[in-house]
Design a protein around this ligand. Structure first.
Ligand SMILES: CC(C)(COP(=O)(O)OP(=O)(O)OC[C@H]1O[C@@H](n2cnc3c(N)ncnc32)[C@H](O)[C@@H]1OP(=O)(O)O)[C@@H](O)C(=O)NCCC(=O)NCCS
Length: 165
């Protein structure tokens, strides 16, 4: 599957309006902005970019923009990757794009020295994260489960679905 990640480097990036256009429906769907000013939150994500251990990525499926992801290496634990935002646009869901994008994120975190990845799961997406190798840690944040996955450089039996063979 032809899925790639395209980095957005900050508020001056020519693609930042594309991210903004995706982030608004994402905020509504996940209610991530329940008590937040959505526009300020979106702006703050853009302003945080520029570090070598944080990524804001558009998920590209061929030439089509299919979603976005925001993740970083933990400041406290360099072995821990943290996925903050993850979104596949409704029109292209259930085609495996999300799973391939997660595999690409895992590879990039591994390359940067992480051995595990963590996120706070939007409840309707828990099953998706389980399919991507995440398990509940038992911790809850704002009534959402914290989930964690081990990252493996040779994921036998968990071959990224964009790999040949
Ligand atoms: C959750 C989300 C990222 C899934 O993206 P997607 O591209 O549709 O997922 P995929 O097609 O790659 O699915 C991979 C597997 O997970 C399963 N899956 C996908 N969404 C699921 C869900 N909501 N619940 C249970 N399983 C799900 C698929 O059936 C598939 O399983 P299979 O390989 O056995 O067929 C997408 O629905 C989304 O963006 N949701 C809104 C935002 C959100 O909740 N983001 C997560 C924030 S923590």
């Amino acid at each position: 599957m032809d899925v790639m990640l395209k980095q957005i480097y900050g508020p001056e990036d020519p693609w930042c309006h594309v991210f903004e256009g995706l982030a608004r429906p994402y905020m509504v769907e996940t209610a991530a902005g329940e008590k937040t000013d959505n526009e300020a939150f979106i702006k703050s994500i853009l302003q945080k970019q520029g570090s070598s251990t944080r990524w804001l990525m558009l998920i590209m499926s061929g030439s089509q923009v299919a979603g976005f992801a925001h993740y970083k290496i933990s400041d406290e634990d360099p072995a821990l990757g943290e996925i903050y935002e993850f979104y596949v646009t409704p029109g292209v869901r259930c085609r495996g794009i999300g799973r391939v994008a997660v595999n690409l994120i895992h590879r990039s975190l591994l390359t940067c020295g992480a051995s595990k990845s963590e996120l706070t799961a939007n409840p309707p997406a828990e099953g998706f994260w389980a399919k991507c190798g995440y398990s509940q840690t038992g911790e809850c944040v704002r009534n959402m489960q914290v989930m964690q996955a081990r990252l493996r450089s040779d994921p036998s039996g968990d071959r990224p679905s964009d790999s040949p063979g």
